[in-house]
Design a protein around this ligand. Structure first.
Ligand SMILES: Nc1ncnc2c1ncn2[C@@H]1O[C@H](COP(=O)(O)OP(=O)(O)OP(=O)(O)O)[C@@H](O)[C@H]1O
Length: 251
């Protein structure tokens, strides 16, 4: 179903993020990709879903692949209804309004998605991924969900597996997932703090030069910073002063 064969990945001339990763996920199987911050979990998921090409190695994936990004693209002008309908049409499958309802979506499904709350946007993003049938690649699918929606998501994933989907996901909350296998990545820098910003506007260059910022990468409309642990308080104070919005801080 999904086959990763000696996958290596580096961005440009940067360090190797993944090296020689082998993985096979069969229909109905669930694999949780685990590892510290920056160990390459999201990168592996993007490679598996076909969003980024591996630098070395080969990927075999089935026809119908659903992918939930760690961050849903900000500022989507389409409504949830138009977006899900369009993606279902592209895939040649029925739009799953029932899933949106099951997850407890309470937003306006005809308003631009950019106006949805984080939880409701996550539900739309999940449904577009769950509309696929063969392989589900879900990057932090429980992020932003309340407990009720989170429990429903667990059931939806179990049903998708029963219907033959292979599932690859990350989950830093450590949900109890029956019969899950773990793939643990060991790369990355355990000494830094990862700061994710939602909005950086034109400030990325300035932020990247702050004392203690080891790396700054643009991600959607925001950015991801790797910050020296001893400098993290100062960096946080400074990015807030510059008007950035901090999404998360993880060590
Ligand atoms: N588009 C990109 N361009 C350059 N470097 C990138 C890009 N995406 C990720 N990286 C780098 O690759 C490394 C692995 O990042 P990745 O997001 O895959 O890790 P992760 O395990 O998902 O981390 P986290 O748990 O913090 O989300 C990091 O050093 C990151 O800065």
């Amino acid at each position: 179903m999904l086959g990763l064969d000696r996958i290596g990945k580096r961005y440009g001339r940067g360090p190797w993020v993944l090296r020689d990763v082998d993985l096979a996920v069969e229909p109905g199987e669930l694999v949780v990709v685990a590892g510290g911050n920056g160990s390459g979990k999201s990168t592996l998921l993007r490679v598996a879903a076909g969003l980024t090409a591996p630098t070395t190695g080969r990927v075999r994936r089935p026809a119908s692949v659903g992918y939930l990004p760690e961050r849903f693209p900000a500022g989507v002008g389409l409504s949830a209804r138009a977006y899900l309908g369009h993606l279902a049409a592209v895939r040649g499958v029925p739009a799953r309004w029932d899933l949106l309802e099951a997850l407890g979506f309470v937003g306006d499904d005809s308003a631009p998605m950019a106006r949805l709350s984080k939880g409701n946007a996550q539900k739309v993003a999940l449904v577009q991924a769950l509309q696929a049938t063969d392989l589900l690649v879900l990057d932090e699918p429980w992020s932003g969900l309340d407990a009720a929606a989170g429990a429903v998501l667990g059931e939806l994933v179990a049903t998708a597996r029963e219907e033959g989907a292979a599932v690859l996901l990350t989950d830093h909350h450590g949900h109890d997932l029956p019969d899950a296998r773990e793939l643990r990545l060991t790369g990355g820098s355990p000494t830094g703090v990862v700061v994710e910003l939602d909005r950086v506007g034109g400030l990325l260059a300035r932020v990247s030069e702050l004392d203690g910022v080891l790396a700054a990468t643009a991600v959607g409309g925001g950015a991801r910073l790797e910050v020296r642990r001893d400098a993290s308080d100062g960096v946080l104070a400074e990015v807030l002063r510059l008007g950035c919005s901090v999404r998360s801080v993880r060590s």
